[in-house]
Design a binder for this molecule. Structure first.
Ligand SMILES: [Zn+2]
Length: 264
């Protein structure tokens, strides 16, 4: 299955487009966007954090907090992260003023985190068009491999891998379009993650959306925190699987799924 572009991109550009409506409105939003602090000088991250805490919601690295972010604020967050990333570079004793290679690194890293690799924390879940199971399919469906690009919560090092999803729909299941499996996977993976939790989160979401008789998720990934640093073991991989419903109870179904996915 071809990899799709970040679902986030669309959301980001649409919120920008919304803001660029009338000239008056756009000036107002631009002024707000340019600042990483609110009117009282409080950093935007603190303002957002307070909203989350007021609702007693969780904001771990792999949680989505889009419900607490207002249009235009992501750009302010980029500014705030860039400022703090600049301080990290300074603490690493890098001469960002004279080293042309690192002059804009802080902003590049901030944009990469907020708008790309951790974007699944900040944007809404992709909309899923559901189709009634008209032909009453109740055969095993396998989707994959779906490319996974994520990062570990422990070191923020890349995790690159693949995912296979198995679904055994019931006659009453709501089916989702094939490309939606990739978009949903990408949304979950574009956050600092722990592989064991990521596969469970994806399986939970699919169960909730599709209400199948069974769902299975297998993830196979390279963890750069074991290759770039630490044990520096280039060939180590991590494989996780989650089996739910029929995949848990029926060993033939489980075997069929595992035999059909080609993990080579
Ligand atoms: Zn790690």
């Amino acid at each position: 299955m071809p990899t799709k572009k970040l679902p986030s991109k669309k959301t980001v550009s649409s919120s920008v487009a919304k803001n660029a409506g009338s000239k008056k409105a756009s000036t107002k939003v631009v002024a707000k966007r340019a600042s990483s602090k609110d009117d009282g000088g409080i950093p935007l991250s603190v303002v957002i954090r307070k909203r989350i805490e007021a609702q007693k919601a969780r904001f771990h690295a792999n949680d989505n907090i889009s419900a607490f972010i207002k249009p235009g604020e992501l750009e302010g967050l980029v500014d705030e992260v860039a400022e703090k990333m600049q301080a990290v570079l300074e603490s690493l004793v890098i001469d960002t003023e004279n080293d042309h290679n690192t002059q804009n690194t802080s902003r590049r890293v901030a944009k990469m985190y907020v708008q790309e690799v951790f974007n699944g924390r900040y944007v809404d879940q992709p909309t899923l068009t559901k189709f009634p199971n008209v032909s009453r399919l109740n055969e095993l469906m396998i989707i994959g491999p779906i490319t996974v690009r994520s990062a570990c919560s422990h070191h923020l090092c890349p995790i690159m891998g693949r995912i296979w999803i198995g679904v055994l729909p019931s006659k009453e299941s709501a089916l989702i379009g094939l490309s939606k499996y990739s978009r949903l996977t990408e949304w979950v993976m574009c956050r600092p993650q722990i592989q064991e939790e990521a596969v469970v989160e994806l399986a939970d979401m699919l169960e909730k959306k599709i209400k199948p008789i069974g769902v299975a998720v297998v993830m196979d990934a390279d963890h750069f925190c074991m290759q770039w640093r630490g044990v520096k073991d280039r060939d180590s991989k991590m494989i996780n699987s989650v089996m739910r419903g029929a995949f848990l109870k029926d060993s033939n179904l489980r075997r069929e799924f595992l035999a059909l996915i080609d993990r080579k």
